[in-house]
Design a protein around this ligand. Structure first.
Ligand code: BG6
Ligand code: MG
Length: 220
């Protein structure tokens, strides 16, 4: 039986993935590193500091040339830029079908969790006016390992008291789908390529209904 649905945030609930990309692109320019959308795919689901390290490596810069304080300052600069972009997010920026899905899950007594790597998650849920739907939110600052490690999804299930095998995770990133699969959960992929290995793939969040998810979950 499907007990819980664990949501990624950026790119699943709302299109903040484009703001992360914009803010990293801006930071990259100040460092003389040009990032494009293709490279950005590798940053989806990845923590702020790990994303910064990937960008510096991509730009051919040795991490050793930076002190931890300098790296922290660069990550903070990106976050300040990102915070400007998300400051005025409204419920209109929920991706299509997400509000209906949250309402239907709640009506059917299926637990709802947020399993996002973003430390800005709680702020965004409030801006979108959907925070009350969530039975629990994982605090990414308390995790030892980021996606694709299963820790974040297993923590979400533990916080809900749910059996991982009875949980569904929804993700738009490669690292996120790998994390859900490694947790032994049913993986729903939004706009992810076939080879990533999601159990149920949709092209758009409009296809994310409780019935469609449950039908695929039960068929597995
Ligand atoms: C993930 C995003 O949800 O959160 C990543 O996909 C981002 O792009 C990560 O780096 C961390 O977010 P934040 O808001 O804590 O910098
Ligand atoms: Mg995402």
């Amino acid at each position: 039986m499907m007990q819980a649905v664990l949501f990624d945030l950026d790119g699943v609930i709302t299109d903040t993935a484009k703001y992360h990309y914009q803010a990293w692109k801006n930071l990259g320019e100040t460092l003389g590193i040009t990032i494009d959308e293709q490279f950005n795919e590798q940053l989806k689901g990845i923590s702020r500091m790990d994303s910064l390290i990937r960008i510096l490596e991509y730009g051919g810069q040795s991490i050793d040339q930076w002190t931890q304080d300098q790296l922290d300052a660069l990550a903070e600069k990106k976050n300040n830029d990102y915070r400007q972009l998300i400051q005025k997010i409204t419920p209109e920026e929920l991706l299509p079908g997400i509000h209906e899905l949250l309402m239907d899950l709640q009506v059917k007594g299926i637990k709802i969790a947020l399993a996002s790597a973003s430390k800005n998650g709680p702020f965004i849920l409030k801006r979108l006016k959907i925070d009350a739907f969530f039975d629990t939110v994982v605090d990414p600052s308390k995790l030892k390992k980021g996606k694709p490690d299963p820790e974040i999804f297993l923590t979400a299930a533990a916080q809900l008291g749910a059996d991982p095998k009875a949980c569904v995770g929804i993700e738009d990133s490669v690292a996120g789908i790998e994390s859900i699969c490694a947790a032994g959960m049913f993986a729903v992929g939004v706009g992810v390529p076939e080879q990533v290995g999601a159990n149920f793939r949709v092209a758009s969040t409009t296809e994310l209904t409780v019935e469609a998810i449950r039908t695929h979950f039960n068929a597995k």
